[in-house]
Design a binder for this molecule. Sequence first.
Ligand code: GLY
Length: 330
Amino acid sequence: MIAPLVVVHGGAGRIAAERQPRIALACRDAARCGLDVLRGGGAVLDAVQAAARVLEDCPELNAGVGAVLSREGTVELDAALMDGATRRIGAIAAVPDLRQPIDLARRVLDDGEHVLLAGPAAWAFAAEHGIAPVDPARLITLRSRARLAEERARRAGVVAPIESLEPTEPAVGDDREHEGGTIGAVAVDAAGRVAAATSTGGIAYKRPGRVGDTPLPGCGTWADDHAAASATGDGEAIIRVTLTRVVADRIAAGASPADAARGAVAELARFGGSGGVICVDRAGRMAAWHDTDTMPVAAATLIDGEVRTAAWAAPRTIDDLAAALAAAPA
Ligand code: GLY
């Protein structure tokens, strides 16, 4: 029997120290929420969806509420979730103005006709399934406005950010996901079934219509018989690496989740990118690895029937994650 386990991330990047406690709390809540689903007899797919919903509602993170803005000031969302045992996957790409993008991805998965729906045209499918877009004002935060303003200023050659919530933090250096904020969850249940979910607003100042790695199977999100993984970071590089599929394939070939995660993330540099990944395997092992400054991670499991949760701002010592979880207070 495997201890049910849910692991979540809040995006690879560089998060200012004062924001880290708020994000850690949201990650811990999300992992706990996913574990509660498993404890209640829910499926791994339900667990990762529940965890992702919590993180999409956290305005500190780049998904749902708080998602970054395109260069036109619009909110366009990518999300996916995948069930390892059946390889069912549902994904949405560049769909505007959804509060819980992962819910629409789930409807795509349950409907089963297609794997991926893109753009505003997906609103018609959403309406058929009881999901309506929200006023973008409910999703756009001061932070997302400031990020866009900084990026516009940087590209216009203005040295100092014209409006910044974090003047002590370096301005966004290019059009990558430097603050992090993509969210993801992976889960394994007592029978060794796994699932993954990922959700993001993409990269600040993206072109409208740009789609990153998150909704693409094997890139930002993957689950199969052996493992589930959720990636974060520079989407274009992650796509070239097919990061989450590489992680799962390495685990299937006998690598530990720790070695698989570390090795796959190392491939990003070849394509000029950086990022991170979380994964679980069917034996109930987990890993998280990133080559960025921070990647908030939290995990929740049962040890001797007691719920244990732990959170890390920048887990580098991946071999110690499970030990830290075991040592967490009940
Ligand atoms: N990793 C998120 C993105 O590039 O869209």
